[in-house]
Design a protein around this ligand. Structure first.
Ligand code: ATP
Ligand code: MG
Ligand code: MG
Length: 399
């Protein structure tokens, strides 16, 4: 049942917290601007030490471990808290995405799930032997991903982006509700031919699509159904597109979000029992093959738009992070793998970067120290973090 009266719901409590990377279910909303991430000993230890290091201003504030529903979580600052409809980008740092000791452990058992992920991206990649087994080893899969993206060539890669761009708007007057979709955003977000097919006859000159509920409620419902059945989900007044674990987002007004939720609820039975249609869920934008300097430059540019002030703020913050990393005792004595820089900005002009994800950051043994710029050779533990940051700073400075 669709209700048309405007009421705002607090989606924050009802729906899972939006994340750009990682496994679903690892995060929970916390209280007072905090979030909870499933605890591991490695990450807890790192965050505790980082709170005492000079890197502290660049890390989410860490309060400690808490128990919730029998699980242990790390309580840390929600970096999105002070932003209004933020755009968010996660860049995974370093030339390597697995720890040296993972290499040894994982070598032995080929995995079917990784084979599946590999053929989804490139069916011609597995060797004859791998095809026969239907499985690949983790190091083989990770190395291939590193070459495919900019991890190997630039020392970092873009894991995910949430663009804060409006897709739909709803206006309410006495006797009708009007939804206007920005067709350009819709077209970039869903397969063009599908969108055209549905929207062509309803398109206005100004590139928006106006649907009046008093005229045709079914149109709105069908369009929302279409959006939602194409891997969108709604959270905290935003419609997000789910692409292989990345969320691409577009804020919409609360009432649209609300309406979508009701459609989702109505559709829940039919969508969950039906297998996904072939071709429908293919991402039209992911960053697994964003590899060259130019590729990355154009994604960065798309991310900040033509706002030069935001670019400058990011660049200043990155240089401050680099300078601090260069003299941090913590950084010097740790192998930092799979850690990210999280970029956040909004239309008010606020912009900042933080270091997150220390689940694979380990203390070096026997007093070994790293420069984080030397090439990796098995045994030297170098991770290429600073080399990647140098390249990233250069790319941000290019324009
Ligand atoms: P993976 O190891 O696969 O990268 P993970 O489970 O270790 O994932 P993180 O990388 O720590 O998880 O976080 C996943 C996503 O959650 C980030 O890309 C970011 O969007 C969001 N996130 C993580 N920590 C914070 C935070 N403190 N504040 C706001 N957003 C966060
Ligand atoms: Mg991560
Ligand atoms: Mg992680």
């Amino acid at each position: 049942m669709i209700h048309w009266s405007p009421f705002v719901q607090n989606f924050k409590k009802k729906y899972p917290w939006v994340q750009l990377a990682g496994h679903q279910g690892c995060f929970k909303p916390g209280e007072n601007g905090m979030i909870l991430k499933k605890s591991t000993e490695k990450e807890r230890e790192c965050l505790a030490q980082l709170m005492k290091d000079i890197l502290r201003p660049y890390i989410p504030e860490f309060r400690g471990e808490v128990n919730k529903g029998g699980e242990r979580y790390l309580e840390m600052q929600d970096l999105l808290q002070d932003f209004e409809s933020p755009s968010v980008m996660d860049c995974k740092m370093g030339t390597r995405t697995y720890l040296e000791d993972e290499l040894a452990k994982a070598n032995s058992k080929p995995r079917k799930d990784l084979f599946q992920k590999m053929v989804e991206i490139d069916p011609s990649e597995p060797t004859e032997e791998e095809k026969r087994d239907g499985a690949v080893t983790k190091p083989r899969y990770m190395r291939w991903r590193e070459q495919l993206s900019s991890t190997a060539s630039l020392g970092f890669r873009i894991e995910g982006i949430k663009f804060a761009k409006e897709v739909a708007n709803m206006e309410i007057s006495d006797d009708e509700v009007m939804v206007s979709f920005d067709v350009v955003s819709l077209f970039t977000a869903i397969p063009v031919n599908k969108a055209c097919e549905y929207i062509r006859d309803k398109l206005n000159n100004d590139n928006t699509l106006h649907l009046r509920t008093s005229l045709n409620t079914d149109d709105i419902i069908s369009l929302l159904e279409f959006i939602l059945s194409n891997n969108y989900f709604v959270y905290n007044n935003c419609i997000y597109k789910q692409i292989h674990g990345c969320a691409m987002g577009s804020p919409v007004s609360p009432i649209v979000a609300n309406l979508c939720m009701e459609v989702i609820e109505e559709l829940a039975i039919s969508t969950s029992s039906a297998p996904p249609k072939q071709g429908d869920s293919k991402p039209n934008k992911d960053f697994k093959k964003t590899r060259t300097n130019d590729d990355v430059d154009s994604v960065f540019t798309e991310f900040v738009g033509d706002d030069n002030e935001i670019r400058k703020k990011y660049l200043r913050r990155l240089k401050a992070i680099r300078a601090t990393l260069e003299s941090s005792p913590f950084f010097r004595s740790h192998e930092v793998i799979g850690s990210s820089l999280l970029f956040v900005h909004d239309t008010s002009g606020k912009a900042s970067v933080w270091m997150i994800d220390f689940g694979k950051t380990v203390a070096l043994k026997d007093g070994l120290l790293l420069d984080h710029r030397s090439p990796w050779q098995e045994g030297n533990h170098e991770d290429g973090y600073l080399w990647g940051l140098d390249n990233m700073v250069d790319i941000w400075s290019q324009r």
